[in-house]
Design a protein around this ligand. Structure first.
Ligand code: BT5
Length: 324
């Protein structure tokens, strides 16, 4: 048995006995271990940051959990059957969770596999930009999806994931965030979350997608860019990252199942309603092309529809929007 599996089993004992004590004997018996070996693993769990009290004649009691996004903590409380259910890869620090997830997807990891890190040393935004990822203060998550969809339907997945993030923020913090097409979630005009979707594609269909989500949860003002905000800055208290992540995975699964089953039109109205750009005078930079006009709609594929000064209607599939 791997160390992580043994630790997971022992923690399960503790959670099942929420109020009571677990005897060393019970643990040893259940795992077929000597008492000394059980003790060794209790200490390993302590080293992971769990506070475990030992009382002679009574046994052990779990007093508190660390503020870490450990795979076991996520999976034991999440009600999903695809996203984050089969496999969770947890790291203290990686270069970019998207890069790690991409490598895992190429090796055949299944749909729904997630990669989480406490911090990233080279978090990526779009077009070579950086994503600041202060350690232990946010959620840096990448999800492997294998949607079997035509490539022109892929941009709508990013939008739908933004919707899932928006709903999670509403549920967990009662804040009404907005979606700045195509990949930003804003609170009062300040960025709290960004999404980077990357894919490996055949000529017409996507082989796999990596959806990377970066969220500022408990970051302090000085740890993120001046134009950004964290949930803590907004509501003035710390958010439990584990509970937030579980809720996010559940929302993502619901929306992902819906888009696969019914297509983007079923979620389009909600995206329109929450959009911060519709009816605004905007500029969109798409590679080297600049389009100016009024954002009038999000179409049935998730593209932004713009009416230019000359009255032409243009559809944009990806780009950077600035509101004038
Ligand atoms: C994004 O790009 O907004 C996509 C960010 C995706 C990050 C996640 S974290 C998990 C996964 N692994 C990765 O390596 N990436 C994904 P873009 O629209 O290009 O915005 C990038 C810009 O956002 C930067 O140029 C900054 O201006 C700003 N920015 C950087 N860090 C930020 C932060 N922590 N909060 C808010 N804004 C930030």
């Amino acid at each position: 048995m791997k160390d992580s599996e043994i630790k997971r089993k022992i923690l399960k004992f503790f959670y099942e006995k929420a109020e009571g004590y677990v005897s060393g004997e019970d643990i040893s018996e259940a795992l077929g271990f000597s008492r000394a070996n059980s003790w060794k693993y209790i200490n390993k769990i302590r080293n992971d940051g769990y506070e475990i009290e030992a009382v002679p004649h009574l046994g052990y009691k779990l007093k508190s959990q660390p503020d870490k996004l450990y795979a076991y903590e996520i999976s034991r409380g999440v009600n999903t059957d695809i996203i984050g259910k089969k496999s969770i890869f947890y790291y203290d620090s990686v270069s970019s969770t998207n890069d790690t997830a991409y490598e895992l997807a190429e090796k055949g990891e299944p749909e729904g596999t997630i990669v989480i890190a406490e911090g990233q040393t080279c978090g990526k935004g779009r077009m070579g930009r950086k994503w600041l990822s202060p350690k232990g203060k946010g959620i840096y998550l990448s999800i492997i999806l294998r949607p079997d969809m035509e490539i022109d339907r892929i941009p709508s997945i990013t939008l739908v994931m933004a919707l899932s993030v928006q709903r999670t923020i509403k549920k967990m913090c009662d804040i009404n965030a907005g979606i700045k097409w195509p990949n930003d979630i804003l609170i009062n005009g300040r960025k709290v979350c960004g999404i980077l979707t990357e894919m490996k594609a055949q000529p017409d269909v996507a082989d796999f997608l990596i959806v990377g989500i970066g969220m500022n949860i408990n970051a302090e003002k000085k740890q993120i860019p001046p134009e950004a905000v964290s949930l803590k800055m907004e509501i003035g208290r710390e958010i439990n990252r584990t509970s937030f992540l579980r809720c996010l995975l559940e929302e993502i699964e619901k929306d992902y199942k819906k888009i696969k089953r019914e297509g983007f039109p079923s979620l389009r109205d909600e995206c329109r309603k929450l959009s911060t750009v519709i009816d605004k005078q905007i500029k969109v930079r798409e590679h080297n092309k600049l389009t100016e006009g009024i954002a009038v709609d999000i179409d049935e594929k998730g593209a932004l529809v713009i009416r230019t000064k000359t009255g032409d209607v243009k559809r944009i599939f990806s780009g950077d929007v600035s509101i004038r």
